[in-house]
Design a protein around this ligand. Structure first.
Ligand code: FAD
Length: 285
């Protein structure tokens, strides 16, 4: 099923994102995560793509498992910088062979020591190529605080509009911790004529190691209230987990009260966290 159809029938689309285990770790380790996630009835589960394509086989394999073993709709990520036209066609054909209809088309980040293939420079080019050569449903990434390379949020939104025009059916956003940034983003993209649904990306911060890593990778700013939580609880793992879940829950409650199109939970392969958040918000749908 193409997940764009979900936005026509559901008030709020709710999905989870997982990443493949390392190539040296047996694929079976992901079964436990998927077993638990399936019982939470997500509308779909997305699977990340290793930077530089190191784990592309695993992305397809896990997305195939999600569809064919667990009966949940998958969204497979794909990054463009290191692809040739043929490798994209091969990836698309593997998705189809596994019954997968949805792809998140990304540019990806430059790996420090590897030269990009020079075929796809930005995600909009990958979107246009996939649109022309496949019948996959294509999702795109959006950045409520602006992408870190962009000279301005306005310029970033112009590029996003180009990507959507090339064939994106809905947008999944980068994680953010201040809902005001998301609401401003929605206002700006609607003014720019972008009409597709937008799912808000929420990541509960539950471990000390996540704090610096996630912030530096995503560029998300930390509001004062969350900084106080980190200062107070970062050396108390149980307390940090409870506080991180409570903070993410509060963000989601606020987003639901504003009739957001969807919530995409970055759960870092921790189904117990997804379960607690689901329980906290189950009466709100
Ligand atoms: P683009 O849309 O191409 O934008 C990148 C930058 O270029 C922006 O600054 C934009 O303003 C600018 N730009 C865009 N188009 C043009 C143009 N035509 N001309 C000039 N400038 C332009 N990374 C992974 O490696 N694997 C994953 O699985 C993964 N999943 C992600 C999921 C989500 C929901 C998000 C938000 C990000 C994910 N990322 C992933 C990270 C992503 O690869 C990086 O953020 C990357 O730097 C940008 O990818 P993009 O598709 O948004 O790029």
């Amino acid at each position: 099923m193409k997940i764009c159809e979900l936005f026509q029938t559901k008030k709020t689309v709710c999905s989870f994102e997982i990443f493949p285990p390392k190539p040296t770790t047996p694929i079976q380790t992901v079964y436990e995560t998927l077993d638990a996630l399936k019982h939470l009835n997500p509308d779909y589960i997305s699977v990340t793509y290793g930077a530089g394509g190191s784990q592309s086989k695993r992305t397809v394999e896990i997305a195939g498992l999600i569809k064919n073993k667990y009966g949940v709709e998958p969204l497979a990520h794909l990054t463009a910088l290191y692809q040739t036209e043929q490798s994209v066609l091969d990836f698309a054909s593997e998705l189809k062979q596994n019954g997968i209809d949805n792809v998140l088309a990304l540019r990806g980040d430059r790996a420090p020591d590897t030269k990009p293939a020079g075929v796809f420079h930005y995600a909009n080019e990958l979107v246009a190529f996939l649109k022309k050569h496949t019948d996959l449903n294509i999702v795109g990434a959006g950045y409520p605080e602006g992408h870190f390379e962009s000279e301005s949020i306005q310029k970033d939104i112009e590029h996003l509009a180009k990507k959507v025009d090339a064939g994106v059916s809905h947008i999944n956003t980068q994680l953010f911790f201040d809902n005001a940034d998301f609401y401003r983003f929605i206002e700006r993209i609607r003014k720019a004529g972008i009409r597709v649904p937008v799912q808000a990306g929420i990541m509960p911060i539950i471990r000390k190691q996540q704090i610096d890593r996630i912030v530096s990778l995503s560029g998300a700013k930390i509001p004062a209230g969350l900084a106080r939580i980190f200062a107070k609880f970062s050396d108390h793992p149980d307390a940090l987990q409870s506080a991180g879940i409570a903070y993410a829950t509060a963000q989601i409650v606020d987003l639901l009260s504003q009739d957001v199109d969807g919530i995409h939970l970055y759960i870092m392969n921790k189904p117990e966290v997804a379960k607690k958040i689901r329980e906290n918000i189950c009466t709100l749908f």
